[in-house]
Each structure stands twice: as structure tokens, then as C-alpha cells.
Ligand binder design. Structure first.
Ligand code: GZL
Length: 368
């Protein structure tokens, strides 16, 4: 796919125009077959045929800067002959991580690119050593799915010293765009929290007591999904009271344990907002163990995994906001453009679909 209509040197174009041109190109190429519904929330399209559909790029934020190889330093590179290092953060027990890694591997194979992969098993110190190992093995470019937002300095210095560009996917690292990393591709997590609140308000009628199963600490996803949810509840449903919040570490077992404590301490709880599906499914397990029936406690989760969307079909879960992990096509398109000397947006935000009782059954094939 051609990112630009002409091959002038990236510096020949004003940054904003170049960045917009690429963002528009990425949007045009956004290969999800999502159908926007009446309220504009992109709902994933139906069939299994779309199960591997990629990500749809949201309209670029005004004023976003662009990053160029000329400014970063280093030589142009044909990605096809290069070695790409991919650092995955969490163990692949979570379907989000399985689908994310699958997407990177599939795109590398499709492009005939040599791919080195590492999985930090949810240990940040291991992710730092994994990335240093990928550099030592000769990675020419890096794709990193960060576990944490802070603590990346050693890796950033090592990559910069070798002029190895980094694209981060999913979670944000606190570093300098265009200098420490050349593009960051992710969902809008605050918006996800707001949309989860909208589903919770609808499910509870905007009244009662709700609990939050927080994600793991130390990353922007937990912070932003919590902020979005709380802000929206305050704005639209002042009679919905948040009476409990505790981390389930994005894990199913911990989500179940925390929900068991919740049921003891708040027997009249009306709703549970789980900041990812794995914790939401843990909450379902706890409710079943307590003899509850589907719908007794309203559950809203974020990710869009197959089991959670099936939970919507079965009535245990009332809504799922998608967080699309299929970063492969966008990550490689961005790296390819950057290493050819084109300008790339420093941040690329993707659109996510949603599932509720109206579309869960027909759209189950889109879940991962
Ligand atoms: C969100 C991602 C989160 C998922 C969880 O993009 O960082 O991490 O929502 C995963 O399932 O643990």
C-alpha cells in the first residue's frame, strides 16, 4: 500500500501534512470491516471471515507531530531484508496477548520478514533483558508491547546507540516521541472507560452500587480506563455509587478472588466493571459460586475475547468494549514507511468496536 502519492524526501513536506497524509492512508487501509452504527460507535462486523480483520485507524488527533528517519538518524532500510524484534509483555494465558502475538507473527510471515520474538511472562525486569537480548541478536527494528509505562531508559539508550527504531504498541511508555520511539499505536483507553460506563448505566438504569476490578498497576491502560469510567459516571449517573475498587491484575483467578471478597463485603452490589475480560470472567465464576443467576449482578468488561462475548450471549455479561490487539498490519506498515524515509505519526489511535445483547451472537466471529 502506497503511503504517499509521491516519493519526495519526507523533509520536503510540512510535518503536519505528511503526518496527516500517512494517517489518512492508514485510515483508508484500516482493514477492519467494522460497521459504524447509529451512535457512531463502530460495531465489529459479523462473520468469522472478519475474525482476523485488522484495526481501523481513528481520525488523527489535530496537531499530532510526525517522526522521520532523517531526524531520528540511521540509514534507510528495506524491511523485507531486515530482522524485526518483537517483545511481548504478558504470558500468553490471556487471549488478548495470544491474538496480539499472532497478529505480529502473521504479518511478518506475510511480508517475508525475519522475526525474533521474546515473552517477558509478565515480569518487567525480564522484558528489559528480553529487549536487550533482541538487540544483541541483531534486531534492526523493534516492536514492543510494554508491560509498564516507566523504567525503559536502559533499553532506549541501547537502541538509540545502535539506531534501532522502536514502535510501541498497546501500552504507552513515558519517553520522548521521535527520539526514544518513532510511533505509538494504541486504543483510546479513556474512551473505552467512558463507553464501559455508558453500558453500565444502561444495564443498571443509572442507580445502585458498582465495583471496579482494576487492571494491573504501573501502566497507562489501568489509569485511563479507570479515569474514563469514573468521569462518565460522575457526568451522567450521580446515583450510581462506586463502593469498591481493587486490582485483579488483569488476571482471571485474581478477578474471581477479589469478586468473592466483594460479594461478602457488598452483598447488595448491582454492577461490576472489570477493566479486562479475564477479570470479568473471574467475576462470573465468583457469582456462579455464590449461587447468583445471569443478570443478578451487571458485568461490563473490556477486550472482546471470545469467552467474554459468549458470556454476553449467555446473559452473564451485559457488555464488552473491544480493545483490538491485532496490531500486526499497522505496526509493520508504520515501520516500513519509517525505514523507507517517510514520515510517520508519533501516535496512531485505533477505533474499537463493542458488544451487547443486540449484536454479541452475530458478531461472535469477530471476537478473539
Ligand atoms: C489493553 C492491554 C490490556 C488488556 C488486558 O490494550 O494492555 O492488557 O486489556 C491485558 O487483557 O492484560
Amino acid at each position: 500500500m502506497n503511503f504517499t502519492s509521491h516519493r519526495r524526501h519526507p523533509l520536503a513536506r510540512p510535518a503536519a501534512a505528511a503526518s496527516l497524509a500517512l494517517a489518512v492512508a492508514l485510515t483508508a487501509a484500516g482493514c477492519a470491516k467494522s460497521e459504524d452504527d447509529a451512535d457512531g460507535a463502530a460495531k465489529p462486523s459479523a462473520t468469522g471471515a472478519d475474525a482476523d480483520a485488522g484495526q481501523k485507524v481513528a481520525a488523527p488527533k489535530p496537531g499530532g507531530k510526525g517522526c522521520t528517519l532523517a531526524a531520528y538518524g540511521g540509514d534507510t532500510l528495506d524491511l523485507k531484508g531486515a530482522t524485526v524484534g518483537f517483545s511481548q509483555s504478558e504470558k500468553e494465558a490471556n487471549p488478548f496477548r495470544i491474538a496480539e502475538t499472532r497478529s505480529i507473527k502473521d504479518e511478518a510471515a506475510k511480508r517475508g520478514v525475519k522475526l525474533l520474538t521474546a515473552n517477558a511472562q509478565s515480569q518487567f525486569s525480564k522484558q528489559i533483558s528480553d529487549v536487550q537480548d533482541l538487540l544483541a541478536k541483531g534486531a534492526d527494528v523493534l516492536v514492543i508491547a510494554p508491560l509498564n509505562s516507566d523504567g525503559w531508559e536502559p533499553v532506549l539508550r541501547a537502541a538509540a546507540a545502535r539506531k534501532v527504531p522502536i514502535v510501541t504498541i498497546d501500552r504507552q511508555i513515558n519517553a520522548d516521541p521521535c527520539k526514544d520511539y518513532v510511533s505509538f499505536i494504541a486504543s483510546d483507553f479513556v474512551e473505552q472507560g467512558k463507553r464501559a460506563a455508558d453500558q453500565m448505566i444502561e444495564a443498571t438504569g443509572g442507580k445502585g452500587k458498582v465495583a471496579i476490578l482494576l487492571g494491573a498497576a504501573g501502566n497507562n491502560v489501568t489509569t485511563e480506563r479507570t479515569k474514563g469510567f469514573k468521569d462518565r459516571i460522575a457526568e451522567k449517573a450521580p446515583e450510581l455509587e462506586i463502593v469498591f475498587e481493587q486490582t485483579g491484575d488483569f488476571a482471571r483467578e485474581k478477578g474471581q478472588q477479589v469478586t468473592e471478597q466483594l460479594i461478602q463485603s457488598q452483598p447488595g452490589i448491582n454492577g461490576v466493571y472489570a477493566e479486562n475480560d479475564e477479570m470479568g470472567l473471574g467475576a462470573v465464576g465468583a457469582l456462579k459460586g455464590a449461587g447468583k443467576k445471569p443478570g443478578d449482578v451487571k458485568i461490563i468488561t473490556i477486550d472482546g475475547t471470545r469467552n467474554a462475548v459468549q458470556g454476553v450471549v449467555d446473559g452473564w455479561i451485559q457488555g464488552v468494549i473491544e480493545s483490538n490487539p491485532r496490531f500486526g498490519p499497522l505496526a509493520f506498515r508504520t515501520l516500513d514507511a519509517f525505514t523507507r524515509g517517510e514520515e510517520v505519526p508519533q501516535e496512531i489511535v485505533i477505533e474499537d468496536g463493542a458488544y451487547d445483547a443486540d449484536n454479541a451472537e452475530q458478531d461472535l466471529g469477530r471476537a478473539y
